[in-house]
Design a protein around this ligand. Structure first.
Ligand SMILES: [Zn+2]
Length: 206
């Protein structure tokens, strides 16, 4: 399906040279963490690290500054008689786990069965990123994305499947690289009708 007027209403992005200032107490916290990890925050290679880490975390967690539902505000009723499932697959994302602040990297598939309205297809990915750019657990991320689409688009059905690797598992603890976790959340007809569920999951590649 081609996408209806999938415009990118791009906000004004500050030039890369305009680095936001990082308060001293935030930098000091990161120096404390470097000492705790066993290194010397005063050595040359680490001098600018606290400010860099602080800015990076603002980016990783940029989702706190937005309400992801805003991406679904612009809806289109002219769907040319299209009344089948809409699927966006293999959407790469990065998040951070709230237990270790370690990276969660993976891909999501998002599907819905429109009732009378659709959104630009990239908006589904924006909803995902709005929730992923926070401290998360994969189960909640999956549920929040599905709930947001369910509440705002009021479709007949929503399905979200997320497959991800957790840095806290691959890089520490049990150290099991390559192990992925799969979570899903279904609403409406995808939940209540087994045939509809089978169809959507197969379209999503599951
Ligand atoms: Zn973790």
């Amino acid at each position: 399906m081609t996408c209806p007027a999938d415009d990118d209403d791009c906000p004004v992005v500050p030039a890369a040279s305009e680095k936001p200032p990082v308060p001293d107490h935030v930098q000091e916290a990161i120096r404390t963490l470097i000492r705790w990890a066993g290194d010397d925050p005063a050595r040359e290679g680490l001098l600018d690290t606290p400010a860099r880490v602080a800015r990076a975390w603002r980016e990783y967690c940029a989702g706190y500054a937005e309400d992801p539902a805003i991406h679904l505000a612009r809806q289109f009723e002219e769907v040319g008689g299209y009344n089948e499932i809409v699927v966006l697959k293999d959407i790469p994302f990065q998040s951070h786990c709230e237990h270790h602040m370690a990276p969660i990297t993976g891909k999501a598939a998002i599907a819905y069965l429109p009732r009378d309205k659709v959104v630009g297809i990239s908006k589904l990915a924006r909803v995902l990123h709005g929730y992923a750019r926070r401290l998360q657990i994969q189960e909640r991320l999956t549920a929040e994305v599905a709930q947001c689409i369910w509440d705002n688009l009021r479709p007949h059905g929503v399905a979200v499947v997320i497959e991800a690797q957790h840095g806290c598992m691959t890089g520490r603890g049990v150290r099991t690289p390559g192990v992925g976790m799969v979570t899903s959340r279904l609403y409406g007809t995808f939940l209540s009708d087994p045939r509809s569920r089978k169809e959507v999951l197969s379209l999503m590649g599951y």
